[in-house]
Design a protein around this ligand. Structure first.
Ligand code: HEC
Ligand code: HEC
Length: 293
C-alpha cells in the first residue's frame, strides 16, 4: 500500500490525500492488518464507533485520566482515538463478537447505561471489518477457508485452553511474570489482582494459571490468534505485540513503567509454555475447553 502510493507519487505526481491514512499506525496492538480493509476499519471506528465511546465511556475511561484502576481507552481528540482504543488488548480482546469487551460490556449494559441497536450494530460491524483486515490471503493453491475469521479465532482459543496444563505452566516458569520488573516495580505490584486487563503472580501458579486458562480476556494478553496466513492456516501465537508495546511505551502506553519484553524472563517462560502447549496439541493429549466465558 505505502510502496504503491509512493510510486504513484513519484511517477505521476499524485499523492494520497493527507487526511486518508494509507495504513493503520504500527504502534500499540492496532497493527496486524494492512491495505484497504484496514483503512476501512479505521474509518469505521473514527466515524461510527468513536462517537459512541466518546459519549458513553469517556466519563470513566478517558486517556487523560481514567477514574480508578481501569484503562483509559478513549482519547479526547478524534485524531488519537484509533491508536488509543486498539492499543488496549483489554478493550478489543480477540476482536470477535463474542470476545471483544468493547461490545460485550455494551451488550451487558455496563454501568447501567443503555445502548441502542444502532450503536451495537456500529461496533459489531467495525469489529468484523478489523477481523477481515487481519485475515491474510492464503498462499496460492492453499486450502480455501471453511470458517469465518471470527469462528476460527473462537475455535482455536477454546482448543488452546484445553491444551494448557498447570504442570506445563509451572515447568515453563510462568511465575517469572509476577516478579519481572518494569522500572523498579514487579509486574505483580500493579497486576496481581488483574487490574488493567493483565494478571501476573509470582507465588501462586494455581490462581495465575486458572485465570488465564478460564478467562479468555486475560489469556489474550499472553496468546493471540494469527490470521495473517489466511483463515485456513490460522493458529495461536505468543502475543508479543501487546507486551512489546506496553514495555516500550508505544501509544497509548506512554506512561507505563518500562520493561524490555524481548529475551526477558517472562518472554522466555512464555515461549516455553507455548512450546509445551503446542506439544500437547500435537500429541493429541488436550482436554475439552476450560474457558468459562
Ligand atoms: C461510570 C463509569 C464507567 C463508564 C461510563 C464506563 N465504564 Fe467501563 N469500567 C468501569 C469500571 C469501574 C470498571 C472496572 C469494573 C468492571 O470491569 O466492570 C470498568 C471496566 C471496563 C472494562 C474492563 C477493562 C478495564 O478497563 O479495566 C472495559 C473493557 C470497559 N469497562 C468498557 C467500557 C465501555 C466500552 C464503556 C462505554 C460504552 C464503558 N466501559 C463505560 C467504569 C465505567
Ligand atoms: C506501577 C504499576 C504498574 C506496574 C509495576 C506494571 N504495570 Fe502494567 N499497567 C499499569 C497500568 C496503569 C496500565 C494501564 C495503562 C497503560 O496501558 O499504560 C497497565 C497496562 C498493562 C498492560 C496492557 C493491558 C491492555 O489492555 O493492553 C499490560 C500487558 C501490562 N500492563 C503488563 C505489565 C507487565 C508485563 C509488567 C511488569 C514487567 C507491568 N505491566 C508492570 C500499571 C503497571
Amino acid at each position: 500500500m505505502v510502496a504503491a502510493a509512493g510510486l504513484v507519487g513519484c511517477v505521476g505526481g499524485i499523492d494520497t490525500p493527507n487526511d486518508i491514512p494509507s495504513d493503520p499506525p504500527s504502534g500499540g496492538v492496532g497493527g496486524g492488518g494492512s491495505g484497504p480493509a484496514a483503512v476501512e476499519a479505521r474509518r469505521q471506528f473514527e466515524s461510527n464507533v468513536y462517537p459512541v465511546v466518546d459519549a458513553k465511556c469517556i466519563a470513566c475511561h478517558s486517556s487523560s485520566g481514567p477514574v480508578g484502576n481501569i484503562t483509559g481507552f478513549v482519547a479526547p481528540q478524534r485524531s488519537d482515538a484509533y491508536v488509543t482504543a486498539v492499543g488496549y488488548q483489554a478493550l478489543i480482546g480477540d476482536w470477535t463478537p463474542t470476545g471483544a469487551p468493547i461490545l460485550l460490556k455494551v451488550a451487558a449494559g455496563h454501568n447501567g447505561q443503555t445502548y441502542s441497536a444502532d450503536e451495537k450494530t456500529k461496533i459489531t460491524s467495525w469489529l468484523s471489518q478489523e477481523l477481515a483486515a487481519r485475515a491474510g490471503t492464503p498462499p496460492t493453491g492453499g486450502p480455501p477457508a471453511s470458517e469465518s475469521p471470527a469462528d476460527a479465532t473462537v475455535r482455536l482459543t477454546k482448543e488452546w485452553s484445553g491444551c494448557m496444563t498447570l504442570a506445563n505452566f509451572t515447568a515453563a516458569n510462568m511465575k517469572a511474570w509476577g516478579s519481572m520488573r518494569a522500572d523498579n516495580s514487579q509486574c505483580q505490584t500493579c497486576h496481581a489482582g488483574g487490574a488493567y486487563g493483565n494478571i501476573a503472580l509470582a507465588n501462586d501458579d494455581k490462581t495465575f494459571f486458572n485465570v488465564i486458562s478460564t478467562n479468555k480476556y486475560y489469556m489474550a494478553q499472553y496468546f493471540s490468534v494469527d490470521l495473517s496466513m489466511g483463515v485456513a492456516a490460522a493458529k495461536v501465537i505468543v502475543n508479543t505485540r501487546s507486551f512489546t508495546a506496553v514495555g516500550g511505551n508505544l501509544a497509548p502506553h506512554t506512561t507505563h513503567p518500562r520493561f524490555t519484553f524481548d529475551k526477558s524472563t517472562g518472554a522466555t517462560a512464555l515461549a516455553k509454555f507455548y512450546d509445551l502447549t503446542v506439544a500437547a496439541k500435537t500429541a493429541g493429549t488436550c482436554g475439552p475447553s476450560t474457558l468459562a466465558d
